[in-house]
Design a protein around this ligand. Sequence first.
Ligand SMILES: [Zn+2]
Length: 347
Amino acid sequence: MLFSSSGSTGVPRVFRYTHFDRKFWEQANARALYSGGLRKGDSAFPMVGFGPHVFAWGVQYTLATMGLPVIPGGGMDGKARASIIERFDPTVLVCTPSYALYLGRVMQEKGQDPARTSVRWITTGGEPFSGVEGTLERIQDLWGAKSLEFYGCTEASPHCGGYSCPEYQAGDEPFIHLMEDIQVWETVDPVTMQPVPENERGLTVCTNLNSESSPQLRFLVGDYTRLSAEPCACGRNHLRAMGCMTGRADDLVNLRGIKFFPVQIEEAVRAVPGTGDEFQIRLSTMDDGLDVMTVAVEHTDPTVAAAIAKEVRSRCEIRCEVEVLPPNTLPKTEMKAKRVRDMRGKA
Ligand SMILES: [Zn+2]
C-alpha cells in the first residue's frame, strides 16, 4: 500500500508498505489496543475517510486481527454517524481528537448525551492529544470515555510507535509508551544534532528494526520530547516520551524570535472556563513592520480576553491580542484542526 505523511508543511512524502510490513504493523497496533483495554466483546466504529494515511488502515487491520467487529464509518456526516452510534452501540470510536469533539457537539445539538452512549474508548491518532492539557479532559468528560492515543510517524513505521498509558491518572505528567523492541528511539539537540541525555528535551530520532519497504537508520522524526527509562507504574519498562509529543519541529511558530507550539496556545485557551472548542491563531504584520499574534476564541463573555491573554503570556512568554467572538462563529473543525493562519508579510 502507498501512504503519505501528514506533515503540516510542504508536499506530503510518500511511503510504501509491503504485506510483510503490514503483519508487523498489526501486531504492534494490537499490543497498543490490548494495553488500552480492548477485549473480545468490544466493537469499533472508525470514523475516518480511509485516505492515504496510516492511522486508519493500521487500526482497521488490527481490529480484524483481534477478531473485533467493525462498523466502517467513512463517507457520512456527523448526524449519520450519531445515529449509527445510537442504533448499533459500538464501544470504541476511532478518529482524530478534533473529530471526537465535533461529533460530541453534533450529538448534543440533537439532544443526545454522548456520555450516555455505549462508547467507552476513544482511540485517536493524527493530532497531539494526551499531552494537551485541557483537551484530553474536555473529550473524556464529553464522552464519559477513556482515551487511547496512537503515536507514530509514517516515515519510520510500519507501526504505531507508541501509545498512551492505560494507567495514566489525570493530574500526572502525560507521556507516551514507546515500543523499543521494534524501534530504537533517541533524542538529539536541535542545533548540533548530537544525542541529548535522558530526561533532557530534544528532537526525536527513530531507527525501525523490521521494515521491509522503508528501513530507516536514525531518521529525524523531529518531535520535541524528553525520554525517560524509569519504569512506569503500569509495569511496562520500555522508554517513555515524557510530556508526550508536543509537535513537530516544523510546527514551531517563531514570532519575533519567541518560539512556541500551537498546542501551548490550545492549553491557554482551554484553561479559561467556558471557551468554545474552536480557536484560531492569526499571525500578521502591522504597518510599522511588527509581527503580531491575535488569538480568536469563542465565548459568551467578551471580558475573558484579558484572562486568555494572561494564560498565553504565562505559557509562551508572548503578548497577544485576543478577539472574543460569540459561540459557534468560527468554522467547525471536522478531521484535522488547522489552527494557525500565517499572514505575515502579506498585505
Ligand atoms: Zn504505563
